[in-house]
Design a protein. Structure first.
Ligand code: ADP
Length: 510
């Protein structure tokens, strides 16, 4: 079939992921790039690449006019927005349509109806799906927020209507804090999203974040592709996503009810393409609608692993008018994704920089989505994610074991000076992820959204851990030397192979 070009309005790992499926289906690809991405892999990967502006996102990837102009100039027929940047902006959908381009995603109307958090709450109310209790719409000021909070009971969350990535969100425990929290959160939201409107939600304690992947045909037909649990978060942002959701293994009836709610919403708004309905599930198995992401999600690979589908292929075929809604796919086995970031593993603050060495795991059940294959640079201008590593196993235990090995095989290091020392600003959360996969609560599936906060051992700096482990090791050594029974201990390997000691050695080596 003679297929027309797809412009991918994004960068890095996302562009490569989408371009790979375009290639498989025979769609020529067009990349866009900014100054900072002049030598980026994603621009080389596509059939054509267009420079669209300077490094600041506003001047390039967030500039709808420039993106549309690049599509027109290259003869592209489709625009795939990826995720982030312009992917949830209705005005961008309209700009594409006005220029005669086909936007690969939902209509501008669906985006307004579901992408806007306050509007989405009203939509699900009308459809009879339960959402987190809270204000009906936006609240104008601290006093109004306090009134709602009084009614639903503290603690509450003040949330930005235009929020994303955990920005513009504040926990409030009492009436005395409302005013200043409102001011602060609203100011933060205004700065980050150009919109300071706020709403109030009851804070669900010890919650699980569970989301349902859906796909609609735009005519009222829709399927779901199972759930993902993304409860392991730092700064309200996901670092670990998996399916099946451990919490729903305990509450299978909740899972079925959530699927029905997700389908009700997707069909109800005649949604077109890939979308995700996010819910909060409490310890008793109650679930509440949180928001909808009207786009492909970062964590879509775990769904692809267990359903054997290619969500990007479904999106492209729907846009090209060649799509027929399949039946709800069966889900097989278990899949986990972790996000490898250029960030400090103790504070989670971005730590981008030049990469000297990078190596990803390989094997039949591991997938590394990245735009770095050789030395490159994690740019200060964009999201500091280096890669997503995902794994499939027949069971959760098997997936966890495979992930443990995969993370041990992964290497990302800054460049070295001529005398072999690591130089530069790059740091990664690799040691943190290695701790996570070995953590007892993670292994047992007891994963609430406050897990990281409540597990300081995950983030304690290596040096502190080193001191503790060294003290134990020295004490043991002393014991072996001086005691009678100690002399009978032949083999110290058992102690040496404990993970923290290996981490210690690794830390000391690097
Ligand atoms: P964003 O769009 O900024 O990511 P979300 O509404 O998706 O904001 O919330 C992000 C995360 O914050 C959720 O995954 C959850 O961990 C937490 N959260 C949000 N709302 C609530 C709530 N009402 N109660 C408890 N936790 C919440």
């Amino acid at each position: 079939m003679n297929r027309l070009p797809v412009l991918i309005a994004n960068r890095g790992e996302i562009t490569i992921r989408i371009a790979r499926t375009c290639r498989a289906l025979g769609f020529p690809t067009v990349a866009i790039y900014s100054d900072a991405d002049r030598f980026a892999e994603h621009a080389r990967y596509c059939d054509q690449a267009v420079w669209i502006g300077s490094s600041a996102p506003k001047e390039s990837y967030l500039n709808a006019e420039k993106v549309v102009a690049a599509a027109k100039q290259t003869g592209a027929r489709y625009v795939h927005p990826g995720y982030g940047f312009l992917s949830e902006r209705p005005h961008f959908v309209e700009a594409c349509e006005k220029a005669g381009l086909i936007f690969v995603g939902p209509s501008a109307e669906s985006m307004r109806q579901m992408g806007d958090k306050i509007q989405a709450r009203a939509t699900v109310d009308a459809l009879g799906v339960s959402r987190v209790p809270g204000s009906k719409g936006a609240v104008a000021n601290g006093a109004e927020a306090a009134k709602v909070a009084q009614k639903i009971g503290y603690p509450v969350l003040l949330k930005a209507a235009a929020g994303g990535g955990g920005k513009g969100m504040r926990r409030v425990d009492s009436g005395a804090e409302v005013e200043s929290a409102f001011e602060g959160a609203s100011r933060e939201a205004l700065g980050a999203f150009g919109d300071g409107s706020m709403y109030v939600e009851k804070l669900i304690l010890e919650p699980h974040h569970v989301e349902i992947q859906v796909f609609g045909d735009g005519k009222g037909g829709a399927i779901h592709l199972g759930e993902r649990e993304c409860s392991i978060q730092r700064r309200h942002q996901k670092v670990w996503e998996e399916t099946p959701a451990p919490i729903l293994e305990k509450f299978p009836k909740t899972r079925e009810a959530m699927f029905l709610s997700a389908l009700k919403i997707t069909r109800g708004v005649k949604y077109s393409g890939a979308g995700t309905l996010e819910f909060i599930v409490d310890e008793k198995g109650n679930y509440y609608f949180l928001e909808m992401n009207t786009r492909l999600q970062v964590e879509h690979p775990v769904t692809e692993w267990v359903t054997g589908t290619d969500l990007v292929a479904m999106q492209l075929l729907l846009a090209a008018g060649e799509f027929e809604l399949p039946s709800i796919p069966e889900r097989r086995g278990s899949a986990i994704e972790v996000r490898l970031y250029a960030e400090d593993p103790h504070t989670f603050l971005p730590a981008p920089g030049k990469i000297g060495l990078i190596q990803f795991p390989s094997g039949a059940f591991v997938r590394s989505d990245t735009s770095f294959s050789a030395a490159g640079e994690v740019s200060v201008h964009y999201d500091p994610m280096i890669a997503k590593i995902s794994i499939w196993g027949r069971t959760r235990e098997e997936a966890m074991e495979r992930l443990r090995v995969a993370l041990d095989e992964t290497r990302v290091e800054p460049p070295r000076s001529t005398d072999g020392l690591q130089v530069g600003s790059l740091r990664t959360n690799l040691t943190f992820l290695r701790r996570l996969v070995r953590h007892e609560r993670v292994r047992s599936g007891d994963t609430t959204t406050d897990l990281i906060e409540k597990s300081p051992e995950l983030t304690v700096p290596l040096e502190v851990q080193v001191t503790r482990e060294m003290a134990i090791a020295l004490a043991l050594q002393h014991f072996v030397q001086v005691s009678e029974i100690g002399s009978k201990i032949q083999n110290l390997e058992g102690i040496r192979s404990s993970w923290s000691l290996r981490a210690l050695e690794e830390g000391l080596r690097s």
